[in-house]
Design a protein around this ligand. Structure first.
Ligand code: SAH
Length: 349
């Protein structure tokens, strides 16, 4: 066990068999050692500073029917909304005033956000806030579309791979969604030049340790600039609503392992962690994460972007709650960084 930890810490890589034994036999003592090393690596790259990203949930309309997701097409109980350009621009302005220098536009796959609407919107944000980064998280699109959005000024794209296993992916998605297309999209985004984010849910129904090993191998292979992981949280209006939530502890362990595998990656301590336990978000930072994405969406629509039940959108999860967030970070001797926080190629060993 200690030999595996040493190797991960020194060489920043492990093969599948080694990752398997690490995940299988990692007890509290080993996790504490890993976490300490992961935090040290994060501090070497970023100091005791956490980047903030303002999350704007632009639409909860979605053409897809992912079995785990609360805003899936077939969930008739959701009140659907779609922000106007004015609402999105005023969210950016409010965020800019609060100190945000990254705006993340996330949403369901909504046909209304076609390129002809997004390109001018992104250009406007880009020219109004040239000192800010624009991140998109709008699902699978064509290469032409990804290029057009990049040319308009978007520079980061979050598209979780959801699972490195085609079989597990197929059990979490309807048959009209394709694992290979998702992976192709990720490779295309990276190739175009986006800082690209991957990730998966921890404890998704049917997920085994071996699936997580495959995820870690794929992350080592593709080496995305960002990795977002969070526990699966059931939503009762979905086909997977009766499964139990993923483990906070395993999520924290994976954050530490990913930090050691990809030392300079941008790793958020996600809202799903914060939803399961108020302190988990801070523990994510202490485990090696270096990004928090507070919610900048207009407050009246926040409850409708319910991808899982009870999703946190207020307090330290809210853009208005930055003071509370900074107080919480201070308890572990960290602070908010108001920098744009781009990915930095340089690996400091
Ligand atoms: N439509 C976009 C954004 C999806 S929402 C896209 O396809 O990328 C962002 C992420 O939330 C998803 O990638 C998924 O990993 C996560 N998510 C969705 N439902 C969830 C649930 N029930 N529990 C935990 N995470 C969930």
């Amino acid at each position: 066990m200690d030999a595996l930890v040493d190797r991960l810490v020194c060489e920043h890589r492990l093969d599948a068999a080694q990752l398997g034994s690490l995940l299988e036999s990692c007890d509290d003592r080993a996790f504490n050692i890993l976490r300490k090393h992961a935090a040290e690596v994060a501090q070497r790259h970023f100091g005791r500073r956490v980047y903030i990203r303002g999350l704007i949930e632009v639409s909860n309309y979605c053409r897809n029917n992912c079995l785990y997701c609360g805003i899936r097409r077939d969930n008739r109980a959701v009140e659907r909304y779609r922000l106007t350009d004015e609402q999105i621009l005023s969210a950016c302005e409010a965020g800019y005033q609060l100190g945000f220098r990254t705006f993340v536009m996330q949403g369901g796959e909504d046909g209304a956000f076609a390129d002809k609407r997004l390109v001018p919107l992104i250009s406007t944000i880009h020219s109004r806030y040239p000192d800010c980064a624009i991140t998109l998280s709008l699902g699978e699109r064509s290469e032409e579309s990804y290029k057009a959005l990049y040319e308009a000024g978007a520079r980061r794209y979050l598209l979780r791979h959801e699972s490195a296993s085609p079989q597990l992916y197929a059990s979490l998605h309807p048959s009209d969604m394709s694992w290979s297309n998702r992976i192709e999209c990720i490779k295309t985004l990276k190739h175009i030049g986006y800082q690209t984010g991957m990730g998966m849910m921890v404890g998704a129904p049917g997920q085994t340790l071996d699936h997580l090993v495959q995820d870690l191998m794929l992350l080592q292979q593709i080496r995305p600039q960002m990795v977002g992981i969070g526990p699966f949280i059931p939503h009762s209006a979905t086909p997977l609503g009766h499964y139990k939530a993923g483990s906070v502890q395993t999520t924290l362990l994976l954050i530490s392992i990913i930090r050691l595998l990809l030392p300079n990656a941008l790793i958020p301590s996600t809202t799903a962690l914060a939803t399961l336990s108020p302190m988990a978000q801070i523990e994510g930072i202490a485990a090696g994460a270096n990004v928090i994405m507070p919610n900048l969406s207009p407050t009246d629509v926040r409850r409708n972007y319910e991808i899982y039940e009870g999703k946190a959108a207020f307090g330290t999860e809210a853009a208005e709650g930055l003071k509370m967030l900074s107080d919480r970070l201070a308890t572990i001797n960290y602070e908010i960084s108001y920098d744009i926080g781009n990915y930095n190629e340089e690996v400091k060993i």
